[in-house]
Design a protein around this ligand. Structure first.
Ligand code: NAP
Length: 504
């Protein structure tokens, strides 16, 4: 049976509404009215989360693991309905959303298994040395503790894996932090059904109902009030550089500044070295195009920029990419707003001096087809605007003159989520010069692969220097994401039976 959203917010275990509404904008299927959040609701949600912290923040690891697994069960039980409404709201393919639903459930279970191992606690113990001269040493024990209520912004481009019960929520709950999710307006029904799944899990596990709260609508003032609320201790965000930066600035300007873990823009450059292009140029061009158009280019790891050294096979690479891209039909984007931003960005590139247009996407409402441009290394170095992310299926190929220019391009890069090198054995001398530069630029460096497809595992970093993220020491994917919501506490001479249960 189809899901009919009630259009309400979940605050302290109650489904509540205000007298203002907004309407969803599905690609297909019925549109629904949703209540618009307000400041009063934000205050209630933050107070409920703080109240919940006094029990949830001191729960056992086993209780939290059970809760995460129960959320996963509840999502699985609703999977068909979730995928149906998410497809209608986002226009993403059913297969993609099935995969994303599996990933969301997998992430929750991964965090459950991870915390049970207790490595994340980083427990340290310096025994007392009462006889030490000239000063006795006290007994010191260190452990990681949850930081308190966390705000999570649902991401438009991952309605499941980076939204209501996505990686930020899973890692905060795993750490012991209650969560308030600000749902994304592009998929309000999807957000609500996931919130319903979490609510059921809270009841089944007998937890304080303020452990999870869900608010939507209300334009920027809701997000701004949330990040400025004095009871909030950290924020997880995936979205635009502009929005993320505005919220980051608010977090820093608070009387008590708090960390803002924003995963923002990236162009994910790929360096294709001169020898590998001789052997595998066409194969790489095809793989690049597939990665570029995946999900209509609406991935933070979308490889928007390719760097090649001028040579006899450069034109073949460009020609192959152009031919494949021009045969692609236009596809539906996540929202009208995102499609309009894509067309504005493509228009800006088309009007930029020094760029050659291979393919220009025609302007369409909520639809996008691929675009492709080429330029020279010197033009790229002159025009810093070219380094801005284009969110959608648009590619830029930079043709450089020599190895010196390739190094200049690498050094000119801003922070990236990923940087990729394509090489064969004979390219290794150049690759060895490039790697230390790219390592300073990106959270993840790849060889001979495509950056789309982010493994959720222990060794993943999904972040990087600004503007890829606002916090280069963190990741929003993988088990290390839990560190964002923990802080170390030293316990000096505290009797063992008074220590947090996590020490046991
Ligand atoms: P967004 O505009 O940054 O919005 C994300 C969330 O932040 C929304 O909940 C939005 O709430 C809130 N927000 C944005 N600016 C705010 C502000 N100044 N004050 C308070 N809250 C604010 O991102 P989006 O809607 O997902 O997509 C828009 C553009 O973001 C895309 O075209 C793309 O360029 C970029 N994007 C990049 C990535 C990536 O991974 N690199 C992912 C998604 C989007 P409201 O409902 O109030 O707007």
């Amino acid at each position: 049976m189809s899901f009919k959203p009630q259009g309400k917010h979940l605050i302290a275990g109650q489904w509540v509404a205000t007298d203002q509404t907004f309407i969803s904008q599905p690609v297909e299927g019925p549109a629904y009215y949703f209540s618009v959040g307000n400041i009063e609701l934000i205050n209630k949600a933050c107070e409920a989360a703080e109240d919940a912290f006094w029990s949830y923040g001191y729960s056992t690891i086993e209780q939290r693991a059970l809760f995460l697994n129960t959320i996963a069960d509840e999502i699985e039980a609703r999977a068909n309905t979730i995928i149906e409404i998410a497809t209608q709201e986002t226009g993403l393919a059913i297969t993609r959303l099935e995969g994303e639903c599996g990933r969301t459930v997998g992430q929750l279970r991964l965090f459950a298994a991870y915390i049970l191992k207790k490595d994340f606690l980083d427990r340290r113990h310096d025994v007392a040395l009462p006889e030490r001269q000239p000063l006795a040493r006290p007994e010191l024990r260190l452990i990681q503790r949850p930081i308190g209520p966390v705000v999570v912004f649902g991401a438009s481009n991952f309605p499941l894996a980076f939204s209501t019960a996505g990686g930020d929520t899973a890692s905060a709950l795993a750490a012991g932090c209650p969560v308030i999710v600000k749902g994304h307006e592009a998929h309000p029904g999807t957000g609500e059904i996931i919130a319903e799944a979490i609510h059921h899990a809270i009841k089944k596990c007998g937890l304080h109902e303020g452990v999870f709260n869900f608010v939507q609508g209300g334009a920027h003032k809701i997000g701004q009030a949330l990040v400025q609320h004095p009871l909030i201790k950290a924020v997880g965000f995936t979205g635009s550089l502009r929005g993320g930066r505005a919220l980051f600035d608010l977090c820093v300007a608070r009387p008590e500044p708090i960390p803002f873990f924003g995963e923002l823009g990236s162009i994910n450059p790929m360096f294709i070295l001169p020898k590998v292009i001789e052997n595998r140029g066409t194969e790489i061009a095809k793989a690049w195009v597939d990665s570029l158009i995946l999900g209509v280019g609406q991935f933070c790891t979308n490889p928007g920029v390719v760097v090649l050294i001028e040579g006899k096979l450069t034109d073949v690479f460009i020609q192959t990419a152009t031919e494949i891209l021009s045969s692609m039909k236009s596809q539906t984007m996540l929202s009208k707003h995102i499609a309009a931003a894509y067309h504005t960005a493509v228009k800006r590139l088309a009007e930029t001096n020094g760029l050659h247009q291979c393919l220009i996407a025609p302007e369409e409402i909520r639809q996008a087809s691929p675009s492709l441009f080429t330029t020279t290394g010197q033009e790229w170095l002159k025009n810093t605007d070219l380094a801005e992310e284009v969110f959608g299926p648009s590619g830029l190929i930079i043709v450089v003159k020599n190895e010196h220019e390739i190094m200049q391009i690498a050094k000119s890069l801003k922070g990236q989520i990923t940087c990729t090198i394509h090489l064969d054995e004979r390219d290794k001398p150049l690759a060895k010069m490039l790697l230390p530069v790219l390592e300073r630029k990106a959270g993840r460096v790849l060889v001979n692969g495509m950056p789309t497809g982010v493994e959720v595992c222990d060794a993943m970093v999904h972040g990087g220097p600004y503007p890829a993220s606002t916090n280069f020491g963190a990741t929003s994917v993988g088990t290390m994401a839990i560190r964002r919501f923990l802080r170390p506490v030293s316990y000096q001479n505290i009797p063992e039976d008074m220590l947090p249960s996590d020490f046991l």
